[in-house]
Design a protein around this ligand. Structure first.
Ligand code: PLP
Length: 385
């Protein structure tokens, strides 16, 4: 059976060039990067090179990149690390302001904070999936240590008004973190022009390996370490480094930088072709979720009237097509999408939603085949008693 993968927001296939770059560090160059001898120095050199590649992709200095075990860990480090450091300053900044549509890596980290020490405020979003700047502004106080707002949403792809978020946070002296996992490699991300203090990225969304991420930490930013032990990553993340994973992240960053402009233009055309064909081909029954104009090129969230997204996902999987009903982390759980709910969409629209996320290997033929398969599946599901 023909298989089509349209779930690149969940994860992407490893690029063969990334695998080739990683293999020597799994097979031959096994040294510990902290060792002084040549085995160690070989691994250290590879990490330094990867750091330079990631730094170059986001416009940072090499010393500002902290490698972590995932995007989730980078989010945890940014939030807990900045709040702990803020609480220890003379100004005693203890609080977090974030939004209702963040990834669970941010939301559940916020939920896990000790509420007797840290106040957490979640700013609401518009029905287009954009953070409400008035709500955000009202939530930021002199006690706010950190404002964390994602760069692009993982379910709708909608870009957040980061420059306004930064302006509001800075006017009250708070630090700014952005989870840019879904933006990396799709939109030019420059930490200097974005003017953020902390930024999360992850390797496996850009054709790198799973279990490798990084946090950009602007030089001089107050942040305590979460994982303590040795002095790796300049005392910001202890533990012997995942050398092959880091090399993979570095190579994936290099490839993303080289291919971003041409990949994005092509993929956006395909995503639009898919949406238009479904919206026009199944008239009155398909609605786009989130702002149409301001979003990353790869992702589209659609709601299908009168069918369940779960049922549609299963029907498409049986037809060889992989899509998602929302965040991968929530898959299998009966909970409807917290993002679409936070946008205030009616329950039927939330339950009837599917996320299509395209990638480097997606072809026009795959899109046309998917349109046919979705149309057929919707017809069959609606005809079911
Ligand atoms: N943040 C966002 C916006 C994501 O989409 C994801 C992955 O789905 C993560 C964080 C978590 O990254 P990782 O899978 O590397 O832990």
């Amino acid at each position: 059976m023909r298989r089509i993968y349209l779930d690149h927001a969940a994860t992407t296939p490893l690029d063969p060039e990334v695998l080739d770059a990683m293999l020597p560090y799994l097979r031959d160059h096994f040294g510990n990067p902290s060792s002084v001898h040549s085995f160690g120095q070989r691994a250290r050199g590879a990490i330094d090179e990867a750091r330079a590649r990631v730094a170059s992709l986001v416009g940072a200095r090499d010393s500002e990149i902290v490698f972590t075990g995932s995007g989730t860990e980078a989010d945890n480090l940014a939030i807990v690390g900045a709040l702990q450091a803020g609480a220890a300053t003379e100004a005693a900044r203890t609080d977090l302001v974030t939004s209702t549509i963040e990834h669970h890596a941010v939301l559940n980290t916020a939920r896990g904070l000790d509420r007797s020490k840290h106040h957490v405020a979640l700013a609401k979003v518009s029905d287009a999936g954009v953070v409400d700047l008035h709500a955000l502004d009202a939530a930021i106080t002199a006690a706010t240590a950190l404002v964390s707002v994602m760069f692009a949403n993982n379910e709708t792809g909608v870009l957040q008004p980061l420059s306004d978020v930064v302006r509001l946070a800075r006017s009250k002296g708070a630090l700014i973190h952005t989870d840019a996992v879904q933006g990396l490699g799709k939109v030019r991300l420059d930490v200097v022009s974005l003017d953020v203090d902390l930024m999360t990225v992850s390797a496996h969304k850009i054709h790198g390996p799973k279990g490798a991420g990084a946090l950009y930490v602007r030089s001089g930013t107050r942040m305590t370490a979460l994982i303590r032990g040795g002095s790796q990553e300049r005392n910001r993340r202890a533990g012997t480094e995942n050398v092959a994973g880091i090399v993979g992240l570095g190579k994936a960053a290099e490839l993303a930088q080289a291919r971003m402009v041409q990949d994005t233009r092509r993929i956006e055309g395909l995503r639009n072709r898919l949406e238009t064909a479904l919206i026009e081909g199944i008239p009155g029954r398909v609605t786009r979720n989130g702002s149409e104009a301001n979003r990353i090129a790869t992702t589209g969230s659609l709601s299908f009237k009168g069918v369940s997204g779960e049922d549609l996902l299963i029907a498409l999987d049986l037809a060889g097509i992989a899509v998602s009903t929302g965040a991968a982390c929530a898959a299998g759980s009966p909970e409807p999408s917290h993002v679409l709910k936070a946008m205030g969409l009616p329950r039927e629209r939330v339950n009837g939603s599917l996320r299509f996320s395209l990638g480097r290997s997606t072809t026009a033929d795959e899109i046309d085949h998917t349109v046919e398969a979705v149309t057929l599946a919707v017809d069959q599901l609606r005809a079911r008693p």
